[in-house]
Each structure stands twice: as C-alpha cells, then as structure tokens.
Design a binder for this molecule. Structure first.
Ligand code: ZN
Length: 132
C-alpha cells in the first residue's frame, strides 16, 4: 500500500474538507451503508449557471467513507453540474489510490452514490449497475 495515499486518506478523515451542512442547498441527500454503519449527507448549491458553487458533507463512519466524501467535495466544488454528473466509480477509486476490497468498496463509493442520488433526485443507484 502506498504510504502517500494512506496518509492522504487519514488526513481527510481527521480534517474533513467542506464539513457541515448548507443553509439553502438546491440538492441534498443522505445515504447509509448498513454493512459498515457509515452515513453520508451531501448538500449542494447549484447556481443559475449550473455550477456547483457550494458543497458540504456531514456524516460518520470509517476512514474510507469519510475521506472519500471529503475528497469528492473538493473535486466538485466550482465544477459545472454536467462535469459532476460524469464522475465515475473509477474516479473515486483513483482518488483514494489504495487497493479497496469488495467489502470496503461500499464504504469508498457511498459518497458518490449519495451525490448522484441527490443530483438526480432519484433512488440510490445500485452499485452493481455499471451506468451510474
Ligand atoms: Zn465503512
């Protein structure tokens, strides 16, 4: 395991970026990962130009779930919504940069799942579905 990535994950876990909630989110969603007890809520504010101009997350759970949420908020802040919609599972795994086993995969992808469900105002996508 690469120490840089491991340290980076722990840093995000200990010092989450964009932690908290937004007062007037345009999109909000909360998801759970019952296997691990992780909870992530993501609030987004999308402006009239369809840019994600503010984002916040709150939650609790393991380091992987919280770090991936923190990294994801950094990635999407200031981005056009259309670009945010294109973020894939692989982008999240690249960002984490460590080997993620099948059980931890649900932890790692909980934030993306929460984000996508919030954006689309839909039920949570199935992580076995390759299209989300
Ligand atoms: Zn977890």
């Amino acid at each position: 395991m690469d120490d840089f990535y491991k340290e980076n994950i722990l840093d995000h876990y200990r010092h989450p970026r964009n932690a908290g909630t937004l007062e007037n989110p345009t999109h909000t969603h909360e998801s759970h990962n019952p296997l691990c007890g992780d909870v992530i809520r993501i609030d987004l504010h999308v402006n009239e130009d369809n840019i994600v101009d503010d984002v916040a997350f709150s939650g609790r759970g393991c380091a992987i779930s919280q770090a991936s949420a923190s990294m994801l908020t950094e990635l999407i802040k200031g981005q056009p919504l259309e670009e945010v919609k294109k973020i894939s599972k692989d982008d999240i795994l690249d960002m984490l940069g460590i080997e993620i086993g099948p059980v931890r995969l649900k932890c790692a992808l909980l934030s993306l799942k929460t984000l996508k469900a919030g954006i689309y105002g839909l039920e949570e996508p199935d992580e076995d579905d390759e299209d989300w």
